[in-house]
Design a protein around this ligand. Structure first.
Ligand SMILES: [Zn+2]
Ligand SMILES: [Zn+2]
Length: 453
């Protein structure tokens, strides 16, 4: 029997990691780190890993899927590690950045557990990575496991993992997007019906307005930026260094070229620049729109130096595209936002997912005219700048995912993962009504369950 063990500690967007076992063979799907927990509580259930793990397959380079990989390869030194070449090129600088962040956290929070791994540990981990092209079969010696990667349309290099065991077929979605972004092309999942689908549920608690289209959202964002500039303001956009930075640079550049935006100086962070270089180098190796477009030489963004934060006065017509997207304390977007709060002409625009309990989520809820409590000693900070959200998502909408499950994937069994409890609950209720013959499970942490129906 083939089993799936959910190594994420709770039903949430946490440390994504799923262990597959068939006979004596074992393969791990993703090795994520929880974006908001600290220390060992942020890691997957590493104690459940078999010492003789055969392989790890990484779906993409985001921290919640890749951040614990050096811990897994340290615990299981003989494992293979498979990923696309873009995921490898993006994960290496991201993991080294995680070491820097953990080292800083050790100083600032006296969290003695940090860093959970070192630069040397990342280097040792990278040495054993094997990059694999999309659609090339992967086998595990001495087992009947077969794997195939397919493009997932989420960020550069992101992949769906097709799992075959004998005649049975399962699909792990990782993070996927079924609609276009500015750079990424829509995911076209391989044909169903599947025996089993393991599906992300990020947006399950977010209904999508029927009138909302990518074009209208992009136009709304550009109009809001023009209005900010017209009143002499500047714009802060908190973004993830991987994915949203490159999407926004491309969108803003095209708008600047065709006159929908006036000339503007765009600032990005240092990590954002490093990852954008990877997008340029890998532009024809991984599925992407504008495959000949080199972002850095065309868009010419300035690199923001965090040492300037104390003396900075944002000027009219500037855009700060800096991380983190969730405005985590001590990040550039978190610190820079405090300069924007009192300035009526300025704007803070969110362009992606903001977890409600994160500083970004708290700021969105407070809005202009409100006050944000980020734990400052002087109490909540009043907000006079404009605050808006434009839902330029990198994840499939819940409506698109539900339609895909019911009309194309048509699995006998569906595992709901990578979503908060209310998000998973929407999918459970909606899909139980639309496809009553399907088994729907939320895999319990740490307990093996049969992968196939
Ligand atoms: Zn992701
Ligand atoms: Zn994710």
């Amino acid at each position: 029997m083939t089993t799936l063990t959910n190594l994420t500690r709770a039903p949430e967007i946490g440390a994504n990691s799923y262990l597959l076992r068939s006979g004596s063979a074992s393969v791990l799907l993703d090795a994520g780190m929880h974006p908001r927990m600290e220390g060992w509580a942020a890691t997957p259930l590493l104690d459940s890993l078999p010492k003789d793990l055969d392989a790890v397959i990484l779906s993409h380079a985001h921290h919640d899927h890749a951040g614990a990989l050096p811990l897994v390869t340290r615990a299981c030194p003989h494992t293979k590690v498979w990923m696309t070449s873009a995921t490898a090129a993006l994960s290496e600088p991201l993991l080294h950045n995680s070491v820097n962040v953990m080292t800083r956290q050790r100083r600032e929070t006296l969290q003695q557990e940090y860093p959970l791994y070192t630069h040397r540990g990342v280097d040792d981990c990278v040495l054993i990575w094997e990059t694999v092209p999309l659609q090339r079969p992967l086998t595990v010696a001495g087992s009947d496991f077969r794997f195939l990667l397919h493009d997932a349309g989420h960020v550069l290099g992101s992949a769906l993992t097709e799992i075959r065991v004998g005649e049975k077929r399962a699909l792990y979605t990782g993070d996927l997007n079924l609609a276009r972004q500015t750079l990424m092309i829509p995911c076209r999942p391989p044909e169903g019906p599947w025996d089993t689908v393991i599906m992300e549920t990020t947006r399950g608690a977010q209904p999508t307005p029927t009138a909302q289209s990518r074009d209208s959202l992009e136009n709304d964002l550009l109009e809001a930026i023009r209005q900010t500039f017209a009143r002499g303001g500047s714009v802060l956009m908190p973004v993830f260094a991987l994915g949203k930075t490159q999407e926004m640079l491309t969108l803003l550049h095209h708008a600047r070229m065709d006159g929908r935006l006036p000339p503007t100086t765009i600032y990005i962070g240092g990590l954002g620049r490093v990852l954008t270089e990877v997008y340029d180098r890998q532009r024809s190796l991984a599925p992407r729109q504008h495959a000949s477009f080199k972002i850095l030489p065309e868009v010419r963004p300035e690199t923001f130096d965090p040492r300037r934060l104390t003396t900075l006065r944002p000027k009219a017509g500037q855009i700060y595209l800096v991380s983190s997207g969730m405005m985590t304390p001590h990040t550039t977007s978190h610190t820079l936002a405090r300069l924007f709060f009192p300035r009526e002409n300025d704007s803070i625009f969110f362009v992606g997912f903001t977890e409600p309990s994160s500083p970004a989520g708290i700021l969105r809820t407070a809005g202009r005219g409100g006050a944000v409590d980020w734990g400052d000693p002087h109490g909540p900070l009043p907000i006079r700048c404009e605050i808006r959200h434009f839902d330029l998502t990198a994840h499939a909408t819940r409506e698109d995912l539900a339609d895909w499950i019911c009309t194309q994937a048509r699995p006998k069994k569906l595992f709901l993962v990578h979503g908060d409890p209310e998000a998973q609950e929407w999918f459970r209720q909606t899909l139980a009504l639309r496809r009553p013959e399907m088994i729907i499970q939320q895999p319990p942490p740490g307990q093996p369950v049969p992968l196939f129906p």
